[in-house]
Design a protein around this ligand. Sequence first.
Ligand code: AMP
Ligand code: GLY
Length: 416
Amino acid sequence: MNVLIIGSGGREHALAWKLKQSPLLGKLHCIPGSAAIAALAACPEIAQDDHERIYGYCLAADIGLVVIGPEAPLAGGLTDFLTGKGIKVFGPSQKGAMLEASKQFAKDFMDRNGIPTAGYAVLYSAAAARERLAANKKYPVVIKADGLAAGKGVRICASEAEALAAVEDFMERRVFGAAGSKVVLEEFLTGREASVMALTDGESALLLPAARDHKRLRAGDAGPNTGGMGAVCPVEISDADMEIIRAEVIQRFLEGVKKERLNFRGVIYAGLMFTPEGPKVLEFNVRFGDPETQAVLPVIKSDLLPALAACAEGKLAGRGLELTGETCVSVVAAAAGYPEAPEKGRPITGLYDQAPGVQVFHAGTARKDDAYITAGGRVLAVAACGADVSAARERAYAALAGIKFEGMQYRKDIGL
Ligand code: AMP
Ligand code: GLY
């Protein structure tokens, strides 16, 4: 089977690496791909929102399965367009993608379907938001821009002044454009966080091992929020919590998807807070997490291709995935200036000849004169597997010590 991946980041590099190992794979393609992905897949110069040309490419390259990585093409309806023309796609419909593209839709969906989550209110104007905050006595509160904001549309506000500033930024200054036309005001939850992803064909679900990402820039959870500075998989979840995740999160998600005809064939990502009252959903993503995927895929022993194809075909029931039994620690190396203004164009050395069990997944690199240079904020992730988390950490940091570029920054405490 020929497979086309949509996307260009570290998550897609990891997907390409994993799918490339499948004995069922014919030729691998990736739109738009990256310099590193081009070592594994054909990467035609087509934009990921150019539906017509992607369809034309699927026909010309005899693509049997399209795997969509990022949220933007899902929210843009690429799945609906391609499936409408008979192409098999791993990735939910535009309506299903609303679970990520609109926080209001996601909260209302959870509310309608009895999925545990933080209490909330939707506010449709800055005036309504101010009125509500004036009456609010309990801080912190969480304020979220409704729409897609590249993971930056969430503010934990410790005081009314901070909350008012968030309302002004999101709803009046529109720092995230139309994404801030409404906001969700949410109860602040406390506890540890982890995420659980499940492959689904909209009828049944296959849980992947739980992962934890580290969102802050600096060790000890200090510094600004980022897209993610590293991840660990699996992380331990108690049997009691796991039962709630299965029965009250994933099962109710599936029931909601069926009832509301969301046509969801892909991966559902539940970002969870383990509160004193049990796990609650902080957010849904409708795609593989980044950088979680770079830590999850290395601990999956089974071939991933038949599972993804089964989701696209509505035939997931009864499938399982075998794990390696190891732990993977994936550490992101970011450029100087990340996340505000990352420096680019620095040569990278030490990328090759990694020890067994170590993979380097590229997120923001480019080729210049036969060598890799930095080309993004998060440059790469080193994913290392070991018998336990400390063995995996040791390998990951040993590998990172050999990789160099000017201004490279990474957290030393991933997995601790
Ligand atoms: P989200 O994009 O909705 O997952 O939010 C990003 C991060 O903000 C989460 O990973 C949490 O650390 C934090 N967060 C979001 N919602 C809440 C909440 N209701 N209570 C506490 N922290 C939250
Ligand atoms: N790592 C969180 C996300 O992919 O949104």
